[in-house]
Design a protein. Sequence first.
Length: 261
Amino acid sequence: MESRKIFFCLIVSILFSLVYLTKALAHDMWINPRAYNLDPGEAVYLTIGYGHHYLIPGGEFMPKKYLDKIYLINPEGKRLKIKSLNGIEYKSDLISKEGTYIIVAVRKGGFFTKTTEGYKRHPKKGLSNVISCKYSIKSAKAIINIGNPKGNIFLKPAGFKLEIIPLINPANLKEGDHLPIKVLFEGKPLPKEYVFATYSGFSSEKNVFAYVTKTNRDGIAKIKIIKSGIWLIIVKHNVPYPNPDECDTISCSTALTFEIK
């Protein structure tokens, strides 16, 4: 009986690993604010993390040339500018109004076609010896607070194709609590999709997360806050590309970063 249980657990572990590896092959992007809680009158500084090593100081950064847009949303929903300082770090103007803000970043969409000669940033048309093609869409948000947390701007979608909506302001949570989130795809709840989460300092290994769960039929999942600190949540979802002669798959990845005190 005991051997059957061990065998069953081994099979479940292998199946989960296969799903996980499929999801984890592509690079991810996320937002790294220098601080998640600021005083009124300060500016927001941030970088865009990129790669497979999550929340590692001095890790990879997304090159500026690949970034489509980046901006700040204030508690009233108004967009505020964020400027590039040096191609790696970004900065907002000084912010005086207290409340909860959302930082938004979107990568330029692009084709990635695998051929027998390597990867090409081009759709399948015109290429030889094509193995597979995907159109990649990446987006990210971060929740920060200027002074005391106020407002519920975090509940309003930014309009990503794939998006994570926190249902509680993380500023109101502590270690041991759960953060409920809703995952949207094209504005609708996405059921039965994997949700990956980790916190700064958990691991320096590639593609390692501290917590994995799935959305329910309403697109909702709960993240167990097992430690205070900086957290990252990532969701990925693939759908067929509308024109199979041009490409095979639309590959979406979205991220949310925040701090738990």
